[in-house]
Design a protein around this ligand. Structure first.
Ligand SMILES: Cc1cc2nc3c(=O)[nH]c(=O)nc-3n(C[C@H](O)[C@H](O)[C@H](O)COP(=O)(O)OP(=O)(O)OC[C@H]3O[C@@H](n4cnc5c(N)ncnc54)[C@H](O)[C@@H]3O)c2cc1C
Length: 396
């Protein structure tokens, strides 16, 4: 029987993709697409590439209206048993099916880092996750007469891309990372080594260091490292990855555990699904993991919607979800590209060194691929991920 009313919590990559599938399958279905109170759906990938560097206003980073009913009312909780959604306004609503697509939130510095809260309050230390974060960075950089000294805290993709963007915009960059080879567990040693050379050619690096304290001054910030070294800047940006951002009862650090169809793992018959940065997948060999990339979140939203339709007798079983979407990032004039989820538990096999192409395998099966200046090769490998017979020969 066709479900009358579906609630999609979150209107980013996963939520809007899910809404499109449901609408196309059943135009009469009532779809409520929730965003936070006062927020229009937006494309998060433009937060650093557009808003922070002043290329786009937050309004220009909004997503086109998906046609579902937009409900701008932050969801506080869900009652999984009755499928009731509890928004901040108090207007509780019940649904025939719910897709959780509330994404992630930024990891910040630990509470033990002295001076953290003062620096955050002064706007000299910031995360880079929301349009408001990005507008704050843009304004802070705009106040300075010339180039700024920007400290990037972290070594992953967001850190690398943001360092590159701000360096290209003429600012002096220092990258401070816990790891001596940032990104190594996700990109493999070879690519991380090449990315590190690029960072070192474009700015200062402080590697293998943790942050002990942050000191806020009227016109600058000082980051104190565990070896006592002090690094000074006009602004410090935290890029320490993300944590899932689910409403209650999944608002702990683990996100929403899903099965391979993206149904709620603890109660797959409950017609509750999760997709995107909030969903926690489980793999017998790779353990629990989340994938936080735009195209993969959209693919998960599509998959969750298809499972929901199937559970209501409206479509084929979409099969098991396996991450295989591609992602790219421009770093100091080079293009980092990947597909799938390069979990630290995979084995990184170098397929080519020029251009660098790494295939990440589990049990001899390729589950992810990463490359530097190797976009066509990454795109050739993407459809072969998760297929056991094509592990040893690179695609023609
Ligand atoms: C600065 C930055 C740059 C990035 N660049 C890239 C890139 O170049 N390529 C790439 O592949 N990935 C990139 N990413 C990652 C990508 O943006 C995310 O993986 C993707 O947005 C995840 O999609 P999602 O639907 O899970 O969450 P989101 O797109 O974040 O959407 C979540 C939605 O849920 C809403 N929401 C959250 N909580 C609630 C609540 N309680 N009630 C109601 N609504 C709620 C949010 O407001 C939002 O609308 C970037 C991330 C950041 C932070």
């Amino acid at each position: 029987m066709s479900p009358a009313r579906i609630g999609i919590l979150g209107a980013g990559a996963a939520g809007t993709a899910a809404a499109k599938i449901l609408q196309a399958a059943s135009p009469k279905m009532q779809i409520d697409l929730f965003t936070r109170t006062g927020e229009q759906p937006f494309n998060r990938t433009l937060v650093n590439k557009g808003i922070a560097i002043g290329l786009l206003t937050p309004a220009q980073a909004t997503l086109p209206a998906p046609g579902a009913t937009l409900v701008c009312d932050t969801v506080r909780g869900v009652d999984p048993r009755t499928r009731q959604v509890q928004p901040a306004s108090g207007e509780t609503r019940g649904y025939d099916g719910i897709i959780l697509a509330t994404g992630s939130r930024p990891r910040t510095l630990g509470e033990d880092v002295l001076g953290r809260d003062e620096a955050l309050a002064a706007g000299r230390l910031t995360t880079l996750h929301s349009p408001a974060d990005a507008a704050g960075i843009r304004d802070r950089l705009g106040e300075l007469p010339g180039s700024a000294r920007v400290l990037i805290l972290g070594g992953g993709l967001l850190a690398a891309e943001t360092a590159s963007l701000l360096s290209t915009a003429g600012h002096d960059i220092a990258l401070i990372s816990r790891s001596t080879l940032p990104g190594c567990s996700a990109f493999g040693e070879h690519i991380s080594g090449e990315l590190l050379d690029l960072h070192q050619a474009h700015g200062a690096t402080y590697l293998g260091r943790t942050i002990q304290a942050v000191r806020t001054h009227p016109d600058h910030i000082t980051i104190v490292l565990d070896n006592g070294h002090r690094v000074e800047g006009d602004l410090a940006i935290i890029a320490h990855g993300t944590l899932p951002a689910a409403p209650s009862p999944w608002n702990g650090p683990d996100g929403v555990p899903v099965d391979d169809r993206l149904r709620l793992r603890e109660a797959p018959g409950q017609r509750i699904y999760a997709a995107g940065g909030v969903a926690s997948h489980d793999h017998p060999g790779l353990g629990s993991y989340r994938v936080d990339h735009w195209d993969d979140a959209a693919a998960q939203g599509t998959h969750a919607a298809r499972t929901l339709l199937h559970d209501h007798g409206l479509g084929e079983d979409p099969g098991a979800y396996r991450p295989a979407s591609t992602f790219t990032s421009s770093i100091h004039g080079h293009t980092f590209a990947g597909a799938g989820h390069p979990s630290p538990r995979t084995r990184a096999r170098t397929v080519s060194t020029d251009p660098a192409l790494i295939v990440h395998e589990h049990d001899e099966i390729p589950v992810a691929v990463t490359g530097l200046d190797a976009v066509p090769l990454v795109h050739q490998w993407a459809p072969r991920l998760h297929h056991p017979h094509e592990t040893t020969t690179p695609p023609e």
